[in-house]
Design a protein around this ligand. Structure first.
Ligand code: PHE
Length: 345
């Protein structure tokens, strides 16, 4: 029995030494030290031994167990260390490698241009207002002197959501909303940049979604010359000091008189070229003196107050300034296009 135990110890120790993963060690542990293992077997047979032999063999069996246990633990620790070493070297980072360049995003061309426009008007004392893109028929049309069935509603084909709700076709509803908030007390001096929507087929110069900046100045004694001065300052600051503007008579239901505003062509300095279709002028926005009906409907006394309003297309202004030939570039988000226009700092 003694020999058998020593043999088992030798066997187990050799196996442990040869083992090279933790799973194998577990198998050896179960095989030799488990309840069905050979050592337990030996201990079971102890009943047959004499009283002198019993404690000797018992002691030996315990010693053998302890030796195997110890060997297993030592080997286990060794294997774990190897495992950790392996992991560490697999995950090691070479801090001397050069970094990968991170490309920083930039501002979208349209928000860039909107910021430029805002800066110019803020410099002239305007504040920036906002209004909802989903608008009621009342604010989009009626409050702007466009009653139901008015033929001029056709000037702006609309996306209706319900009978009474639509995607705003222009930023002019913000005029009415803002005047209502002021409760008949001027001055009101705001610009409102925002998205607008029209049922147009998209092509190089049309987009069913685009941006406008609305302007509104209502106070006592606001005159057409004030409108002209503000727009001239804007044109010079936005396009360049050498630019001029001219006003042509036009029609909008919410302004009277109404004008279309042209800026002198930057390509030929007004001499006439392909860009300005030989006229020397480029149309950039619509404007006019706020119609008395519009003032009254939004709670302003039209005998006391007068005002001007204008609306400009942001894409068009961007296209003219940066020589962009297709409005769809703004909405297809080609990185090569977008990164060409960054704010001068
Ligand atoms: N809302 C007009 C348009 O979208 C532009 C405009 C605004 C004209 C304000 C006059 C005054 O065409």
């Amino acid at each position: 029995m003694k020999e058998r135990l020593q043999e088992l110890q030798q066997e187990a120790v050799t196996l442990v030494e040869e083992a090279n993963d933790l799973k194998r060690l577990q198998e050896i542990r179960v095989a030799y030290l488990g309840k069905k293992g050979p050592i337990t077997e030996v201990l079971r047979g102890m009943g047959k031994l004499s009283a002198e032999e019993r404690p000797v063999i018992g002691q030996l069996a315990n010693d053998v167990r302890a030796v195997i246990q110890e060997k297993l633990e030592a080997k286990e620790q060794q294997l774990e260390e190897i495992e950790i070493e392996k992991k560490l070297s697999a995950e090691s980072i070479d801090v001397t490698l050069p970094g990968r360049p991170v490309s920083l995003g930039g501002q979208h061309t349209l928000s860039l241009v909107v910021e430029q426009i805002e800066d110019i008007f803020i410099g002239m004392g305007f504040t920036v207002a906002e209004g909802p893109e989903v608008e009621t028929d009342y604010y989009n049309f009626e409050a702007l002197n466009l009653p139901k069935d008015h033929p001029a509603r056709d000037m702006q084909d609309s996306f209706y959501i319900t009978n009474d709700l639509l995607l705003r076709t222009h930023t002019s509803p913000v005029q009415a909303r803002t005047m209502e908030k002021y409760k008949g007390q001027g001055p009101v001096k705001i610009i409102c940049p925002g998205k607008v929507f029209r049922r147009d087929d998209d092509d190089a110069t049309h987009s069913h979604q685009f941006m406008q900046v609305e302007g509104l100045y209502v106070a006592e004694n606001v005159r057409m010359s004030d409108l002209k001065g503000v727009l001239e300052t804007f044109a010079k600051k936005y396009f360049g000091e050498d630019r001029k503007i001219r006003l042509r008579p036009s029609f909008f239901p919410f302004t009277e008189p109404s004008v279309e505003v042209d800026v002198s062509c930057g390509m030929c300095s007004g001499k006439g070229c392909r860009i300005c279709k030989q006229t020397g002028w480029i149309e950039v926005l619509g404007a006019g003196m706020v119609h008395p009906n519009v003032l009254e409907m939004s709670g302003f006394d039209s005998k006391k107050y007068t005002g001007f309003a204008f609306g400009m297309g942001v894409e068009r202004l961007a296209m003219l300034k940066y020589d962009i030939d297709d409005i769809r570039h703004f909405y297809t988000n080609d990185y090569r296009f977008l990164t060409q226009f960054q704010r001068e700092r």
